[in-house]
Design a protein around this ligand. Structure first.
Ligand code: SER
Length: 588
């Protein structure tokens, strides 16, 4: 079966069942520092699964950008991806098992035209919290799935996400498809790899609390997720995901730039295709991630650098615009569904190119150095000092060194590397603090001061630049404040100067900073500024500064603006389309 417009078919189907489509949330979660990326379609919906009303109602569907990086180094085989899309539909205390299972069955058999003899399911066997899910099993039976195709499994298989993670969770029923041309066995064996899982319907009715207990959620929800890459491959009858229509044109582009065929070069081509696609999506995200040595920036760096190394294996001329050609192919393929790709096209291409140039400068020398080091290895293990030198001097992410070494059957002292890395980080952090000593009292105090100054900056930008300026992010260190805001143009020198003057005037005026607890609705009605209203609890804290600023905020703040120093805007730049960033510091 050739599969076009699966996303559209999926959405249309669930719209016909009363669902509303919600837009894909950014791949970098907003306001959730506990994870680097959205790893599942339900992640942005956690507050609603926990009971908060969703503005779009109780039946939702979407396709969501997801990223799983635990298996980054496994990418290269037929099934692993870092970035992927998840088709999802939700009931927030609306329908439950009967509708959810029947609709999944209807979509698969009627719209996707999967013959029923290729389907099998698992349901939950039961544990101390809930009993066996006979209800789901019965629904499947009534739809025509035979008993031999329904297996009851335990917590490891049919509880999502798992028994350890806290947050909303519950038993699930998973749907499997028999792949291949072999005769389909009558009895379903979940261990038989010819049966592939294609859809997961979770009955989210519990919260796993921090103290380890499970409590019932206010409402019984349904959360389903189907990986687009996998279902496409399955429907198209290919066992290599990268041979499906999701990838064919990207692979073709890689064949073109390398002048080689996919056949015989699969691993390298899959890595390049996957990593460039992920790098495109991360760098197009509104969060404005750039390659760096921490967090999402480090993942982005690893993806680009690993792609470059494999491009080199294919003898692609790294100095040519190969990465741009592949990225453009990906942008044009996806922009209809994810408009941020075309909006941030130049940012994406710039990120790839800059990182490429940076890495390419040292890659050749680094590889030579690596070979020399390997020649001297005696006990089959590359020591921590050498691994660190490759990182520090040649920009080799440790994972790259490990991969290179493993290809030669050599191990790397990763633990030793990590210790050395930590010491190195502490030294540079201490260095940063050292630079700042003298002028300012303690770290906490400076950050608090910057925090209050951020509110003033936000308010001043609204006065000087326009009332449609809104905060899009902020980050404070002991050395500076960084503030991201919506704005459609580069600030003029005059705008910058006036903004700075206004903030400094407010500082001189000695305005009182007041803290007040109130209901969220009351805060919104009063016009208080906030970033993501739906993510706040019912009772919120509002900080007001004189009559110039009111913001929902957790604090802490100084009690009067006369405790601040004057600020100076050091930099104003674009983060992504329609979002600007100011870096400012206190001056004496
Ligand atoms: N949350 C479940 C999953 O990710 C279903 O959407 O598989």
């Amino acid at each position: 079966m050739k599969v076009d417009n699966l996303r559209d078919k999926y959405i249309e189907f669930f719209e016909s069942k009363g669902h509303r489509q919600i837009p894909s949330a950014p791949v970098v979660p907003e306001n959730d520092p506990s994870v680097l990326f959205n790893t599942a379609g339900m992640q942005p919906l956690v507050p609603y699964l926990m009971g908060q009303p969703h503005p779009y109602g109780t039946r939702l569907c979407d396709y969501q950008k997801c990223m799983r990086t635990n298996d980054l180094d496994e990418v290269g085989d037929t099934t692993h991806h870092t970035f992927f899309e998840m088709l999802g539909n939700w009931s927030l205390g609306d329908y439950f098992k009967q509708e959810s299972i029947s609709w999944s069955f209807e979509l698969l058999t009627k719209i996707f035209e999967i013959p029923i003899e290729r389907l099998a399911v698992t349901v939950f066997r039961g544990n101390d919290i809930v009993s066996a899910d006979d209800e789901s099993a019965n629904i499947w039976r009534n739809l025509g799935i035979s008993d031999k195709r329904i297996k009851f499994l335990g917590e490891d298989d049919n509880w999502w996400p798992n028994m350890e993670l806290t947050g909303p969770c519950g038993p699930d029923t998973e749907i499997f498809y028999f792949r291949g041309n072999d005769e389909i066995p009558e009895e379903f064996d979940p261990e038989d790899e010819r049966w592939v899982e294609i859809w997961n319907n979770v009955f989210m009715q519990y919260n796993h609390n921090e103290d380890g207990t499970f409590s019932e959620l206010p409402k019984k929800n349904v959360d389903t997720g189907m990986g687009l890459e996998r279902i496409t491959a399955v429907l198209e009858g290919v066992t290599d995901n990268y041979a499906s229509s999701i990838w064919t044109d990207v692979i073709k582009k890689i064949e073109e730039v390398s002048k080689l065929t996919y056949e015989g070069n699969q691993k390298a081509m899959r890595i390049i295709a996957d990593h460039i696609r992920s790098a495109v999506f991360i760098s197009a995200d509104p969060a404005g991630i750039k390659p760096s040595n921490t967090d999402q920036g480090y993942i982005l760096r690893r993806l680009i650098r690993r792609a470059i190394r494999y491009a080199k294996k294919l003898n692609i001329d790294i100095n040519s615009n190969w990465e741009e050609q592949i990225a453009i192919n990906i942008i044009e393929k996806y922009e209809k569904y994810y408009p941020e790709l075309s909006q941030n096209r130049s940012v994406v291409l710039e990120v790839l190119k800059t990182e490429k140039v940076k890495f390419n400068r040292t890659l050749e020398k680094g590889l030579k150095e690596f070979e020399k080091m390997i020649a001297k290895v005696e006990d089959g293990k590359l020591d921590k000092d050498h691994a660190f030198r490759l990182y520090d001097t040649f920009g080799f992410p440790i994972e790259l060194t490990v991969e290179l070494a493993n290809e030669l059957g050599i191990k790397v002292d990763e633990e030793g590397f990590k210790e050395k890395f930590k010491v190195h980080q502490e030294i540079s952090r201490a260095g940063a603090k050292e630079k700042f000593k003298g002028g300012l009292a303690s770290t906490g105090e400076t950050e608090t001061m910057y925090h209050t100054a951020t509110h003033l900056l936000n308010a001043a930008l609204k006065v000087i630049v326009g009332s449609d300026v809104h905060q899009r992010g902020s980050n404070i260190t002991t050395e500076r404040m960084r503030f991201d805001f919506s704005c459609d143009h580069k600030l003029t020198d005059e705008e910058k100067q006036k903004t700075e003057e206004l903030v400094n005037k407010w500082i001189d005026l000695g305005l009182a900073v007041d803290k007040k607890e109130m209901r969220k609705e009351e805060a919104i009605e009063s016009g208080a500024e906030c970033m993501f209203i739906e993510k706040y609890p019912d009772m919120v804290t509002v900080y007001t500064i004189g009559n110039v600023s009111a913001e929902l905020c957790g604090g802490p703040h100084v009690e009067n603006t006369n405790k601040l120093k004057h600020i100076k805007i050091k930099k104003e730049e674009a983060v992504s389309s329609g979002i600007r960033r100011i870096k400012a510091v206190f001056v004496d």
